[in-house]
Structures are given as structure tokens and as C-alpha cells.
Design a protein around this ligand. Structure first.
Ligand SMILES: Nc1nc2c(c(=O)[nH]1)N[C@H]1C(S)=C(S)[C@@H](COP(=O)(O)OP(=O)(O)OC[C@H]3O[C@@H](n4cnc5c(N)ncnc54)[C@H](O)[C@@H]3O)O[C@H]1N2
Ligand code: MOO
Length: 431
């Protein structure tokens, strides 16, 4: 039996060169507001064309002043005592108002210009005093460019530090600085950064295109069961959701137990996909459509020291000059889901700029368990209130237990029995 480690290396030998090639492919350009941008991966290093913020602006609704004017007015009020001057109240004439979105205006020296949060600092002013620290503590006169000259005054109780509440041009990022490097996954905050920097179209890595083919005469569409003995297709929706969540662009097909039909599907799709994944039809039965259809094309089938997920196939669909990697998963839903998690997910996470592995923890078993001696067993389970691991039955048809699971518990090869209280490695699901 092949070990999980050996099979993983063979799968990565197929997936890694394919993904490396995709990472170098011509990037796709996705609009900055497109809902599908989140989770995509930057294809090339991006730099800031302008500084962020692009102009000096106010951090508060308040009065823009020249700090020197405050100092001079305070000294005039308390000429003999510099300490008293710092806390002397100062009255200035009100200047022109500037609102967010207005073009920058000149600041008349010796005045206090009403300024709103985000508005360009009046040119010549260097400090902002929030309106609630002024007297009156609300705006009394707002006179924008083109309005009649303002005539009132405003009083400040003391002199703030120079530059207070002014956001300097480039204080977030200077022009030419790196916004994001190639390979970075787009989180909401990173999308916000690109948008703030004025990037309209984002060059992202193309998504791996995966053809998913579920097989089996017994497998039917939702609501389409016509005879006893048929079951609903759980694997296609499950694997499609899993692979889509990993960043793949998934297309799906279903076929019965006729090898020629499966061969036809694969040949038709081979030119337009980067990976083929099949489910079912690979074990020891009489009607193993995947094994029958792919063996003659050099796809190799092996038994792994793994449960669930024992039977696996791997190779390339090499027809008409294409050589698309093919992975064949067992038909049981839990087996195919775990096969995808163990063998495909790490590579796709890496391509998507995420940590390859699920979060790993060492925990304690709440109860005893048994495992096949010569296989690596992966059990599904949950943590109790004390953080101990409870696992469910090992059957690979148990979809409800998989759906309720929050962890995978690993029992290594060579272990047949673990008593309650044993240490056990778990992988956290739902990252
Ligand atoms: N004599 C032996 N029989 C089996 C062995 C073995 O070593 N010797 N291995 C068992 C193990 S382990 C697994 S896993 C399965 C794998 O079988 P296949 O990959 O050939 O898959 P199928 O036989 O087509 O299906 C297995 C099981 O899963 C159901 N299934 C299939 N497709 C779907 C789907 N799309 N949605 C929901 N359920 C699906 C199918 O009806 C079967 O019940 O073989 C064991 N047998
Ligand atoms: O290996 Mo199978 O996947 O146990 O059910």
C-alpha cells in the first residue's frame, strides 16, 4: 500500500508545475468594485501612482489656523509670562470656509478658516482646532469661495501643538511605494487600499479551471431519482463548493458507468481545463467506469494506507496533444471530500496566497477509539466544552457527521487503539 506522504508527493508533482505555469499566465483584470475580487490573488507587484492621502487635509471639523498666529496673539496677550501665554485665550477673525471636495484655497494669515473633515487644508494654515474646542463650540459663519466676506470672530482657550489634526500628504503611503506584491491574496482591506490608491482594474492571477466528473449509474440529479437503488449526487455539489472556495473555477459533468462516454467527456473538456477530478468508479467492483476508461491512457490506480480515501487514481489525460492532470477520488462522499482536502486543497491554498495547511492542534481524546493498524485514519469530530476531542463513526458514507464536524482527527499508521485521554492531532475545519 502506498503511504499518504508518497501519494501527496506524486499529486504535488502534477499540480505544482501546472499552478506555477498559471501564476505566470497573462493576468485577468477584474474591476475594483467587482464582488468576485475578494479572495483573488495579485498577479504582479502594484505601486502607488500618487501619495496617499493625495493632499494635505483636515482630520476634524474645526478651524484651520497658522500656528505662528496663535503664538503671536498669545504673546501679545501675556507679554511678560511665556507659561501664561501658552494657556492664554486667543481670538481670531473667521476666514474662508473649505468643505470636503472643495479645491484648496489660500488661508488668509491671522484668521481661522472653518474646515471640514477630509477638506484640503487651506494653503498656509498648518494646524486644526476641532470646533468643539472653540468658543462658540459650533460654526457661526460659513463663507465659501464666492460668498460674501466673513465678518465674525472665534476664540480658542489655548494654543494646541503645531500640526495637530492635519493629515499629511503621503502619510499613509508615499508615491511609488509598494501597494501589494504579486501573490498577495485580496482581503477586503487590501481591496480598500487599491481603491483608495485609484486602481480601477486589478491584475489578478487566473483561476485554475477544474472539471469535476461524478460517475455512477446510481447517481441522480436532485429530485431526479426514478428507481429504487438510485441516490442523489452529493459529491458534485460538495466538491464544487469545496474547490470553488479554494479559488478554482469549477465546471461539472456527470456520467454513468459507460467508459466511452466518460472518455468522450474528458476529451471534449481537456483543452479548456487545468485539472480533471473524478469521483467514483475506481475500486474493486465489476463496473468501475473511471478505472476502465482511464487505465488505457496511463492513469494509474493505487491503494493508499488511508481510511477513508483508500483507493486513488492519478495521472494525465493525454489526448490530442493535451496532458491535463487527472485525480480520481473514491465515490463515497466523505472519501472524496477528504481526498480533496488532503491532496488538492494545500496546493490551491498556496496558489491563492493562503497558508497551505489547516490549523493544526494537539488535543486529548475524550473517549477511546479503534483504527485499522496499517492505515492512517482520518476521523471527523468536535471539541467538547473542556476542549477534548469526540469523533464520530468511521463510515465514509456518513455525510451528516461530516456536515457537523469541526475538526479532522488523525490516527497514524501503526496505531490500532487509542484509550480515552490519549493525545491526538487535529486539523480545524472551516478556516
Ligand atoms: N471489494 C472491495 N470493495 C470496496 C473496496 C475494496 O477495497 N474492495 N474499497 C471500498 C472503499 S474504501 C471505497 S472508498 C469505495 C470506493 O469505490 P469507488 O471509488 O469505486 O466508488 P463507487 O463504487 O462508485 O461509489 C462508492 C459509494 O459512493 C457512492 N457514491 C458514488 N458517487 C456518489 C455521488 N456523486 N454522490 C453520492 N454518493 C456517491 C456510491 O453509491 C457508493 O455507495 O469502494 C469500496 N468498496
Ligand atoms: O477508503 Mo474508503 O474511502 O474508506 O470509504
Amino acid at each position: 500500500m502506498r503511504t499518504v506522504t508518497a501519494h501527496t508527493a506524486l499529486v504535488r508533482g502534477l499540480l505544482d508545475p501546472m499552478l506555477a505555469e498559471l501564476a505566470q499566465a497573462t493576468p485577468e483584470h477584474v474591476g475594483i468594485g467587482h464582488p468576485e475580487l475578494a479572495g483573488r490573488v495579485i498577479a504582479i507587484d502594484l505601486t502607488a501612482a500618487t501619495p496617499l492621502p493625495p493632499f494635505e487635509n483636515s482630520q476634524m471639523d474645526g478651524y484651520a489656523v497658522r500656528h505662528r498666529d496663535l503664538l503671536e496673539a498669545a504673546e501679545a496677550a501675556e507679554p511678560a509670562d511665556p507659561a501664561a501665554a501658552r494657556s492664554a485665550s486667543i481670538t481670531l477673525p473667521i476666514g474662508r470656509t473649505v468643505a470636503a471636495g472643495d479645491a484648496p484655497i489660500p488661508h488668509a494669515p491671522g484668521t481661522a478658516s472653518p474646515v471640514m473633515t477630509g477638506a484640503a487644508m487651506p494653503v498656509g494654515a498648518d494646524t486644526v482646532i476641532p470646533v468643539e474646542r472653540a468658543n462658540p463650540a459650533h460654526f457661526t459663519e460659513l463663507s465659501r469661495a464666492g460668498d460674501p466676506e466673513p465678518s465674525g470672530t472665534v476664540t480658542f482657550a489655548s494654543t494646541p501643538p503645531r500640526g495637530e489634526f492635519v493629515r499629511a500628504r503621503g502619510s499613509d503611503l508615499p508615491a511609488g511605494a509598494t501597494l501589494l506584491t504579486a501573490g498577495t491574496r485580496l482581503t477586503p482591506a487590501r481591496i480598500g487600499l487599491l481603491a483608495g490608491a485609484g486602481v480601477a482594474e486589478v491584475p489578478v492571477r487566473v483561476r485554475p479551471r477544474v472539471l469535476l466528473v461524478a460517475t455512477g449509474d446510481e447517481v441522480a440529479d436532485p429530485g431526479a431519482i426514478r428507481t429504487a437503488g438510485q441516490i442523489h449526487d452529493a459529491n458534485t455539489p460538495l466538491l464544487a463548493a469545496l474547490l470553488t472556495g479554494l479559488g478554482a473555477e469549477v465546471r461539472t459533468r456527470r456520467t454513468g458507468d459507460t467508459a466511452a462516454e466518460l472518455q468522450h467527456i474528458l476529451t471534449a473538456a481537456a483543452e479548456s481545463v487545468d485539472l480533471i477530478v473524478t469521483s467514483g468508479g475506481i475500486s474493486a467492483g465489476a463496473y468501475e467506469v473511471v478505472r476502465d476508461a482511464l487505465t488505457e491512457y496511463g492513469v494509474e490506480f493505487a491503494g493508499l494506507a488511508l481510511q477513508p480515501g483508500g483507493p486513488q487514481g492519478l495521472g494525465r489525460w493525454a489526448v490530442n496533444g493535451s496532458a491535463v492532470p487527472v485525480l480520481c477520488f473514491p465515490g463515497n462522499p466523505v472519501s472524496s471530500a477528504l481526498s480533496a482536502e488532503l491532496f488538492v486543497a494545500p496546493a490551491l491554498r498556496g496558489y491563492a496566497g493562503r497558508p497551505e495547511a489547516l490549523p493544526v492542534e494537539q488535543r486529548t481524546l475524550a473517549h477511546e477509539l479503534h483504527s485499522p493498524l496499517h492505515k492512517h485514519q482520518v476521523r471527523r469530530g468536535r471539541l467538547d466544552a473542556d476542549g477534548r476531542v469526540h469523533v464520530t463513526a468511521p463510515g465514509s458514507h456518513l455525510l451528516a457527521d461530516l456536515a457537523a464536524a469541526e475538526l479532522l482527527a488523525h490516527v497514524p499508521v501503526g496505531v490500532e487503539h487509542l484509550p480515552a485521554g490519549s493525545p491526538i492531532e487535529i486539523w480545524r475545519l472551516h478556516d
